[in-house]
Design a binder for this molecule. Structure first.
Ligand SMILES: [Zn+2]
Length: 531
């Protein structure tokens, strides 16, 4: 039997833009739309033309996507005609392949929010869908609050959906707007809807307020719906929308769905999923969620030694799917619990060729254990581990020496009488027998030290120009006056590669200095800088 087609509809640029703290520019929207298109998404919803300048501009030109570029807006207002509603006019004028209307389908909302009658609501759906179909565009109807509406008044909710379908809407999308529906309820209600509207015209739009948006979307598919709406990384207001980054690999890799359905995402496109997910975080200036299913850094990480040795024999022992299918990688954590197999696997990944009986492997493991006992955390700091391993195996050049550094913190009144705290760092470095002195001011001592350290490294400067700190985390390890500080620094370079380094000391500046040094040296090693 030929597989049935399931359609993916992305609303990152519309519903995802409702996320607290997210504000897409026109450029961001174009970049994300392109990325979704490259991923093989069928529909890209761009926004709400007429509602704000960015979205109006977005739909002012034909964006030439392979995906069906969709504009979103409201049905005509109660008491107006379609020809006398500026909102509807803006929507119909948008340069979009498809138009998605949102309409009420809960009688309580019609009465309280819209302050109109059920009949007028149905007429508004019919008129608006009809007007858009007449322009030759594909039309979708988002039935807002469908599941709550169905529970309160099933006849009315179904009548709204049917009104859109009868007027020629390609898709009737059932929305769990408040996000409170549960998978078994979704499965039952969708089952009722497809008795009236064929399933290949029914979509699901789930919100994640009970953390079941993905499960609800899959339940709707099981019941017959054939379009899934969601966002990248589950972006969306409150608790977010259904996460396409989890849904896509589930549809592609789990036999229940993979055997019955096909989606627009090819196996090759699936391999770019982790990258797409991280790129979006990058644009939002957020650290990617390490524990994100399928694409998170920890999604295929194994810590305990016994699990690691089984994984080395056959990865299927502790993995539900193969990480490379989604562009992720297996990670065996090196920590005080690590066995020899973790270390060996990690060395292999780094590309360090060592015989498995080499005595230096046990020596490295002992050093890791010793250092973790005093507070280092190598499983979180892959770059520091790599340097440690390279040092134990005798392979890190001594690029430069920091002869001394000095950091001052001063609080004083500035020229306009405001109280300010400024930090100044001076660093004396020896490169190739030459002494270089750099000074820098920063908003804090670590910032000043970082800037001074990277200001002039002589012949190595060219290798670290693209280096940038992206995250700085501090943890105090054991309370009281004996406290030890652990600093984790995440860095990034011009190629987008990220790595984390660690430093530990009773002194926070010293701990930060160690992590900064590791980051710079790691970058020099990666770049193949000459000794
Ligand atoms: Zn929504």
């Amino acid at each position: 039997m030929a597989p049935e087609r399931l359609y993916l509809f992305d609303t990152t640029l519309r519903d995802g833009a409702q996320t607290n703290g997210v504000d897409f520019t026109l450029g961001d929207k174009l970049t994300i739309a392109k990325m979704l298109d490259d991923l093989g998404i069928d529909y890209v919803e761009g926004g709400y033309p007429g509602a704000n300048p960015t979205d109006t501009q977005l739909f002012a030109e034909d964006r030439n996507l392979g995906a069906t570029f969709t504009a979103f807006g409201m049905t005509r207002r109660p008491g107006r005609s379609t020809s006398n509603d500026p909102g509807l006019a803006a929507l119909l004028e948008a340069k979009a392949d498809a138009i998605c209307f949102v309409a009420k389908s809960w009688d309580y909302h019609v009465r309280v929010a819209l302050e109109t009658t059920p009949e007028e609501n149905l007429a508004s759906i019919r008129d608006s869908v009809g007007a858009a179909v007449a322009t030759g565009r594909e039309v979708l109807l988002d039935c807002e609050h469908f599941f709550d509406g169905y529970k309160a008044n099933p006849q009315f909710a179904l009548a709204c959906a049917k009104a859109g379908y009868d007027q020629g809407a390609r898709w009737i999308v059932l929305c769990d707007t408040n996000g409170g529906a549960l998978p078994h309820e979704v499965e039952t209600v969708v089952g009722e809807v497809i008795k009236l509207i064929p399933g290949d015209h029914v979509g699901i739009h789930a919100h994640n307020d009970t953390e079941q948006a993905v499960a609800n979307s899959l339940a709707a598919v099981r019941a017959g719906a054939r379009q899934i709406q969601g966002t990248l990384n589950g972006l969306g207001e409150r608790c977010g929308n259904a996460n396409l980054v989890s849904i896509i690999p589930t549809l592609k890799l789990k036999p229940e769905f993979a055997d019955r359905f096909e989606i627009g995402v090819s196996d090759a496109q699936l391999k770019s999923l982790a990258h797409a997910s991280h790129t979006l975080d990058e644009m939002l200036n957020r650290a990617p969620n390490r524990h994100a299913p399928y694409v998170g850094e920890s999604a295929f990480a194994t810590k305990a030694g016994i699990h690691a040795s089984a994984i080395m024999k056959d990865p299927a022992t502790y993995e539900h799917v193969s990480p490379d299918r989604v562009g992720n990688r297996r990670k065996l954590l090196v920590s005080d619990q690590a066995g020899k197999s973790n270390v060996l696997a990690e060395l292999e990944r780094i590309g360090l060729k060592v015989d498995k009986d080499d005595a230096r492997i046990m020596q490295l493991l002992d050093v890791v254990k010793e250092r973790e006992a005093i507070g280092y955390a190598y499983e979180a700091a892959d770059a520091s581990f790599e340097l440690l391993a390279r040092r134990v195996l005798g392979k890190v050049p001594n690029y430069f020496d920091v002869e001394k550094f000095d950091v001052n913190v001063e609080q004083r009144d500035n020229a306009v009488g405001q109280r300010v705290t400024v930090s100044l760092a001076v660093v004396k470095v020896k490169v190739d027998g030459e002494t270089l002195i750099s000074a820098a001011e920063g908003n804090g001592p670590v910032n000043a030290l970082d800037l001074a350290l990277r200001k002039d490294l002589g012949k190595y400067q060219g290798y670290i120009n693209g280096l940038e700190l992206t995250d700085y985390r501090v943890r105090i390890l054991n309370g009281g006056t004996e406290a030890v500080t652990r600093v984790l620094i995440e860095s990034r370079d011009e190629s987008g590669e990220r790595w984390t380094t660690v430093g530990v000391s009773p002194n926070i500046i010293d701990a930060s200095f160690q992590a900064l040094m590791d980051s710079i040296v790691y970058k020099l090693v990666r770049s193949g800088a000459p000794a």
